[in-house]
Ligand binder design. Structure first.
Ligand SMILES: [Zn+2]
Length: 303
């Protein structure tokens, strides 16, 4: 499983083309960049397959609980805002991949002039019904050049078929010195190491690119940003929600866990606790001098 791939497009973090195959899952091949440790699916699903995946999952499957569990979603947004706000300047914010607008709502409650953009029409409709300034469309088609002080994209970059183009558009939307805040699954996380190819973030058709703190730094610098802050981050999860996720990822554990959650008092089943699922939060500034912590050219610190 170590045949280098000759015709693959270059790594968005280091520009390398030497990828080695890790494994296949549901017929999709996962590869690792020899230069920086970034992982990706290849070949990528087609745009039509990706559209079908989101339409299906938003209505019927994995994304549904996120919409229904409003309080959990609100707590996540509140936590994200408190994590990023100390680093971010200016009050024109755009949240890309904003789903039904929980983060936009939280930022607006805090006095920030935030808006959002989202691909899934059902999510956009919910946001608009709640009075939020959320538009339907990819990052390529939103906003004016230099319109925003801040672009946020939580749990988005791993879904994007062309991360380099995404960053090009983030730069386009930002004012000089503007900032970006991202969260992505972390390849160096404990959960990834423990679970290997069974890691719940390895999702065929959905999670296309995977980073660790080092190659994320290289990726951002390669696209004109300097990293200001990198941290492990948590996500608020309820027991009820965790079990619905198991249904997709581990049917056996789901069959064991569902009766337990079923007999929990609702107050406990719906109570959200912050979990280290294995994600990182990164804040970076456009056009600033190179980061001074010197970690981003050292390669795979955690291997
Ligand atoms: Zn690379």
């Amino acid at each position: 499983m170590s045949t280098p791939l000759a015709d693959i497009d270059p790594c968005p973090a280091c520009g390398g083309r030497d990828f080695h195959k890790l494994f296949e899952k549901n017929g999709r091949a996962f590869w690792r960049c020899a230069g920086c440790g970034l992982e990706r699916q290849y070949p990528l699903p087609t745009a039509e397959q990706i559209r079908e995946y989101y339409a299906r999952n938003y209505r019927d499957g994995r994304l549904r609980p996120m919409v229904e569990e409003a309080e959990m979603t609100r707590l996540r947004a509140e936590t994200r805002l408190s994590e990023v706000r100390p680093f971010l300047k200016g009050d024109r914010w755009l949240d890309v991949g904003c789903s039904s607008g929980a983060f936009v709502a939280e930022a607006r409650r805090a006095g920030i002039n935030a808006e959002g953009t989202e691909l899934a029409q059902e999510a956009v409709d919910e946001a608009v019904a709640a009075g939020l300034p959320v538009r339907q469309g990819p990052i390529e088609s939103v906003g004016e050049d230099g319109e925003f002080d801040v672009v946020t994209a939580f749990d988005v970059l791993e879904h994007v078929a062309d991360p380099a183009a995404f960053m090009h558009n983030a730069r386009r939307l930002l004012k000089p010195g503007g900032m970006i805040a991202l969260s992505v699954p972390n390849l160096s996380s404990v959960t990834r190491r423990m679970m290997g190819k069974r890691w719940y973030f390895y999702i065929p058709d959905s999670h296309l690119f995977y980073f660790n703190p080092e190659n994320m730094g290289r990726f951002l610098e390669r696209h004109g940003f300097a990293v200001l802050h990198t941290a492990r981050t948590t996500k608020q999860v309820t027991a009820a929600y965790a079990v619905t996720q198991l249904e997709a990822h581990n049917p056996l554990l789901y069959s064991l866990a569902r009766p337990i959650v079923g007999i929990m008092p609702k107050r406990i089943a719906d109570g959200a606790v912050p979990l280290h699922l294995g994600e990182i939060l990164v804040v970076a500034k456009l056009g600033a001098a190179a980061s001074t912590n010197g970690q981003h050219e050292t390669g795979e610190r955690d291997r």
